[in-house]
Design a protein around this ligand. Structure first.
Ligand SMILES: C[S@@+](CC[C@H](N)C(=O)[O-])C[C@H]1O[C@@H](n2cnc3c(N)ncnc32)[C@H](O)[C@@H]1O
Length: 270
């Protein structure tokens, strides 16, 4: 057998060591229920218990079956209602009870969602755990705004980063790499650190005139979009509450209905 190759036995006679419960880490998408996957919908309808975050819209939760118990473990920045370790322990406890547990996570569970930690906790407890991908906020924001994350001639690459920083610290990012032109930088959790992010990128050589699209509540009825420039980003986001995503790069100028704000970029759309 080739070194490093792991063969999983599918022998039906092999004793099953796993407890009967199962946990699904399910991407709930950015908020619009129409952006749920069919698999997410099916799992919600069959779940015994749905563990969800504060931002999960009621319209998504309404798709759970009538038998499902809904548990809100919502977190608000600096005001955690349930620490991550307790969420992990809750999922394990529910799974070990033999329940069908759906852990609904905003966007995609594996994009800045701590889904990996929840998966590992369930695995360590011997539970079967399956991850169901969801539409991440960046993808929804870019699609709705008509600003592709990559585009021939404008962006050959895209990097997803978190703008979150521990108290009194800065986001730990490679500013030089992110300052490369024709490269899209998507910032999650970057509203409060947007002024600092803009300053660091400009210091590292990114043009202050680089377009930035900010999308708040992407995919929801109250979605708001702001098109600005890196040099004006701090002022542009000051009135926003979030959740919001920052799309920094030449592609942002392709956003629907917003191009007239940055007329010199109109040629990019031709
Ligand atoms: C903890 S991260 C979770 C990301 C999520 N796993 C995903 O794939 O979209 C939360 C951040 O995602 C972004 N976000 C989530 N939902 C959003 C939405 N509907 N519109 C804009 N940004 C959103 C914001 O940057 C927010 O601070």
């Amino acid at each position: 057998m080739a070194r490093g190759l792991v063969v999983l036995s599918s022998d039906p006679a092999a004793p099953r060591a796993r407890p009967p419960g199962q946990v699904w880490l399910v991407g709930a998408g950015p908020g619009d229920p129409d952006l749920l996957t069919i698999k997410a919908l099916r799992l919600l309808q069959g779940a015994d218990v749905v563990v969800h975050d504060r931002l999960t819209p009621p319209a998504v939760l309404a798709l759970a079956g009538p038998q499902a118990r809904l548990i809100d473990v919502g977190k608000r920045k600096s005001r955690h209602t349930l620490p991550q370790d307790d969420i992990n322990a809750l999922l394990v406890a529910l799974g070990l009870e033999g329940l069908k547990v759906v852990r609904l996570k905003g966007g995609d569970p594996f994009v800045f969602g701590r889904g990996g930690e929840e998966m590992l906790a369930c695995r360590a407890a011997g539970l079967e755990v399956e991850v169901v991908p969801g539409v991440s906020a960046a993808l929804a924001a870019s699609a709705r705004a008509g600003a592709p994350l990559t585009h021939r001639g404008l962006a050959q690459s895209v990097t997803f980063v978190t703008g979150h920083a521990a108290k009194d610290q800065e986001p730990d990012l490679d500013w030089t790499a992110l300052a490369t032109a024709n490269h899209t930088v998507v910032v999650y959790m970057g509203l409060s650190t947007a002024p600092l992010i803009a300053a660091r990128l400009i210091q590292a050589g990114r043009d202050a005139a680089t377009p930035v699209l900010v999308v708040e509540n992407a995919s929801l009825d109250h979605e708001a979009r702001v098109l600005t420039r890196l040099g004006d980003l701090a002022a542009a986001v000051s009135a926003l509450d979030g959740p919001a995503i920052l799309i920094i790069g030449e592609v942002a100028a392709l956003a629907n209905d917003l191009a007239e704000i940055l007329p010199e970029f109109e040629r990019a759309q031709a």
